[in-house]
Design a protein around this ligand. Structure first.
Ligand code: ZN
Length: 278
């Protein structure tokens, strides 16, 4: 796409669409406003979970909820500290555990989280869950799925999503599938797997969110090593199909660790912004 064309599109959707990532500062094109996306996301969450078996494992449910609420509180504090708490006003946070052996977890737009029981043994403990929770919430906070749908050209803009009735019953099944794929939900290998850029950004933000929530970010490279080991002993699970792992990821996380540890110890994002401004 030509720069001029992109500039025109940005101008058209200026108010709702040219967003800046609050953590990394990256500018992104997003043609799907949350007034349109969130109600559909909430409906899809309920619909998807109604087809799954919700886990009755009290330990898992408590763990996922406990870690989720701590990460959520850290995200809210972060947005409050940068005077952008308003950006979270339409979030309806929810944390569910699904009885499913797949190594998967996801967060739909507006804070709708699901963990599959298959990934929890690899998480091992609260720290490990915090790695995945921080990473998935980061994808949602950064609107990666919406950005991918916008970029892919599969959704041409506000009209296509906004023109449809809200709620699953009135929703075009293509749109529904697109949202599911864009956020890594389901057993189908997504045609819109997260790009390396989105993965790096989610890793970076996730590391900071977990550190701000009081979880040692050193758990992140350790978790991804366990995921890599689990992957080598089985056919690639969905989570890895949409979240490609590599030794680069682990090396990148290790490189970010000194700053993330400072955030963890000081309970403040300042060391990160300070390092970034250098
Ligand atoms: Zn990811």
């Amino acid at each position: 796409m030509k720069i001029q064309t992109l500039a025109i599109i940005c101008t058209i959707f200026l108010i709702s669409s040219c967003a800046t990532n609050p953590v990394t500062g990256r500018s992104q094109l997003n043609t799907i406003p949350e007034e349109t996306l969130f109600p559909q996301s909430f409906a899809i969450y309920n619909e998807t979970l109604s087809k799954e078996k919700i886990s009755t494992n009290a330990h898992y449910n408590q763990q996922v909820k406990r870690v989720g609420k701590r990460i959520q509180a850290a995200v809210e504090k972060f947005f409050n500290d940068i005077n952008r708490l308003e950006a979270l006003k339409n979030y309806r946070w929810e944390y569910k555990v699904v009885e499913n052996k797949e190594l998967n977890a996801w967060c739909l737009p507006g804070g709708k989280v699901a963990f599959y029981t298959g990934i929890l043994p690899i998480c091992q403990d609260d720290q490990g869950i915090a790695v995945v929770m921080g990473h998935e919430i980061a994808h949602a906070i950064a609107n990666h799925g919406a950005e991918r749908m916008s970029q892919s050209g599969l959704i041409s803009g506000i009209g296509q999503l906004g023109g449809e009735a809200l709620g699953v019953s009135g929703m075009n099944s293509n749109t529904q599938n697109l949202i599911l794929q864009a956020y890594g939900v389901g057993s189908q290998v997504g045609i819109l797997s997260y790009s390396r850029k989105h993965e790096s950004e989610a890793d970076e933000m996730g590391l900071l969110f977990m550190a701000l929530a009081g979880y040692d970010p050193a758990a992140a490279p350790a978790f991804w090593k366990r995921m890599a080991a689990a992957n080598s002993s089985a056919s690639p699970p969905e989570f890895l199909s949409t979240h490609p792992h590599s030794s680069t990821r682990i090396a990148d996380l290790n490189a970010m660790l000194p700053i993330a540890e400072q955030v963890y110890i000081s309970k403040s994002i300042e060391p990160y912004f300070k390092a970034k401004s250098k």
